[in-house]
Ligand binder design. Structure first.
Ligand SMILES: *[C@@H]1O[C@H](CO)[C@@H](O)[C@H](O)[C@H]1NC(C)=O
Length: 151
């Protein structure tokens, strides 16, 4: 039969292993694009609640060293702000901190780019691209109301 002391020790060991789980990276922020903000355009990005994972509690998120134009709302997990020309940078580091209910912390550094270049845009409308497809063998393309290409 197990002594009371021994079972208390086992219980303590068990509790220790349960509460010592620290948050780990689940889905890295830098794989959840976009991490590029553009001058004069509002940037808004909501991270996944699975960015950091903890086996036994929810993770509370916070940040440190965010650039002044960028704010983080810890309830909606949303980064937002509008950078100006003076904020242009190839790489601005900040920390995304995840804390579990026992106070264990995961403090990872990520970076965000602020570009003064405009974002990607449609250079040639689909209609002009289609007309350039005309060939001697005569293909007919019809654009439906929903702009679906029917061949
Ligand atoms: C996270 O790390 C950064 C940079 O090393 C540091 O400035 C910040 O105080 C840390 N935050 C916490 C909560 O540990």
């Amino acid at each position: 039969m197990m002594s009371k002391t021994r079972s208390a020790c086992l219980l303590l060991a068990l509790l220790t292993s349960i509460t010592s789980a620290t948050p780990t990276v689940g889905w890295p922020f830098d794989e959840q694009l976009p991490d590029v903000a553009r001058v004069g355009e509002s940037y808004s990005f909501t991270i996944s609640s699975e960015t950091y994972q903890d086996s036994d509690s929810d993770v509370q998120y916070s940040t440190s060293n965010l650039p002044s134009w960028l704010k983080f709302d810890s309830s909606s997990l949303t980064f937002s702000g509008t950078p100006e020309t003076s904020d242009v940078t190839d790489s601005q580091d900040f920390q995304l901190i995840g804390k579990d209910s026992s106070g264990n912390i995961l403090n990872e550094t990520y970076s965000i780019v602020v570009s003064s270049n405009p974002g990607p845009y449609v250079k040639d409308p689909v209609s002009s691209q289609l007309s350039s497809l005309d060939s001697p063998t005569e293909h007919h393309y019809q654009l439906g109301v929903s702009s679906t290409l029917i061949v």
